[in-house]
Design a protein around this ligand. Structure first.
Ligand SMILES: *[C@@H]1O[C@H](CO)[C@@H](O)[C@H](O)[C@H]1NC(C)=O
Ligand SMILES: *[C@@H]1O[C@H](CO)[C@@H](O)[C@H](O)[C@H]1NC(C)=O
Length: 211
């Protein structure tokens, strides 16, 4: 995606760590999905969090409770199904945060640092929402690895897309860092980042799925 090339200049520290190494995971044996649906969520969360960057502190408990909050998780057959849920949850949070930013922007005095930062966040969240829509479309169009014939997206694009969501919302987080009035929004941003990490972790096995 074009965004990947153009946005690498000013990274918040939280994000940089993501690019410092790549996750190596193998999915060759995750085909025989016979366990019950509820167990699938638990198992997927166990795998996803066990192999994820330790410094992010993504927990199995958070993964399970997040995905179970959407009743579609009981019907999920694969990691793609779970990521579709995760991306929807993330999108809803970004939309809500964007609404709050909009509200605060109305109250902020024009020309102040506060107004500038909020304007930036608004822009950032607008794009972030669009990217979540792109990720949802990619996930829905995915037909499996090596799918040149059917024109589905390559596997690596799925985790890459949700990584973009995290990168973008991180820019806003950076703007919020040192203004105490924006603390609540900053915390909200951290929660959203954790949700983005959850999706990246769920989709990590898709990174190496193409060769
Ligand atoms: C979890 O990992 C194990 C070991 O690699 C694998 O056999 C299993 O299919 C994975 N489960 C899910 C739900 O991804
Ligand atoms: C999930 O809950 C909604 C109502 O909240 C219901 O309409 C829907 O059929 C449920 N879906 C599943 C998969 O259970």
């Amino acid at each position: 995606m074009a965004v990947a090339q153009t946005t690498t200049i000013f990274f918040p520290a939280i994000i940089i760590v993501l690019f410092s190494s790549s996750i190596v995971a193998h999915t060759s044996d995750d085909v025989g999905g016979k366990p019950k649906a509820a167990d699938f969520v638990t198992e997927a969360c166990k795998n996803a969090t066990a192999n994820y960057y330790k410094e992010i502190h993504l927990t199995e408990k958070f993964c399970v409770s997040t995905l179970r909050s959407d009743n579609r998780s009981s019907k999920a057959k694969d990691l793609r199904d779970l990521a579709l849920i995760g991306v929807d949850i993330l999108k809803a949070r970004v939309v809500t945060a964007n609404g709050k930013v909009q509200e605060m922007l109305h109250k902020a005095k024009t020309g102040t640092s506060m107004a500038r930062r909020l304007t930036f966040c608004k822009l950032d969240y607008d794009v972030t929402v669009s990217i979540t829509n792109v990720c949802t479309a990619l996930l829905k169009d995915y037909r499996g690895p090596d799918d040149g014939d059917n024109d589905g997206p390559p596997s690596f694009m799925l985790p890459q897309c949700v990584q973009q969501v995290n990168t973008l919302s991180g820019y806003c987080g950076h703007e919020l860092l040192d203004l105490s009035e924006l603390q609540a929004l900053f915390n909200e941003n951290i929660d959203m980042s954790m949700l983005a990490h959850l999706n990246m972790a769920l989709l990590a096995p898709y990174r190496d799925n193409d060769s």
